[in-house]
Write a protein that binds this ligand. Sequence first.
Ligand code: ZN
Length: 213
Amino acid sequence: MTPYEELFENNKRWIETKTGTDADFFSELARDHNPDYLYIGCSDSRVTAEEIMGLGPGEAFIHRNIANLVNNVDLNVMSVLSYAINNLGVKHIIVCGHYNCGGVKAAMQPKDMGILNPWLRSIRDVYRLHKKELNAITDESKRYDRLVELNVQEQCVNVIKTAVVQLNYLRTGYPIVHGWVFDIHTGRIIDLNIDFENILENIKDIYNLTGKD
Ligand code: ZN
């Protein structure tokens, strides 16, 4: 059996495990889903969203792309945000980056990356915003780690800039935005303790889309 064919064997075993402990597992799963969490993470194969959080099917709405970016003109992530909030009613939005992120690393190289240029530009913009702090870090690997963290922080700000988040937060007190870094060396999730209320207050004079003060 080839490794590819094994995937179907794995699937059969997975079905047996699930129905073995809960005979109604799939009929329940097919009914509906209303997850509490929207997870926006990196596409990196080592950072598996549900597994690191200990969640199962139906518990998190997931969006992944290179370097967990929340780009204003990316119809994909904007649709995910809108659907997660307006249709699924998620209570928490998690932006999760990770150390050793290839996307962040690529953005630190002075090189033409072809089609990836506009995508990586968003990370270069994060660097520019925090250039003073980053350039003061002499150890290159520490600077790389810090850019990973600052990228998560800025993507959280990008989530907060959207009308769908602002309007729902005003109406219901949700969603709350969280920034995490997955430490690939230890498996630990580090909460960056993004001050959601404070960010909202700070960017309000420029990015307020609610029509209210
Ligand atoms: Zn990555």
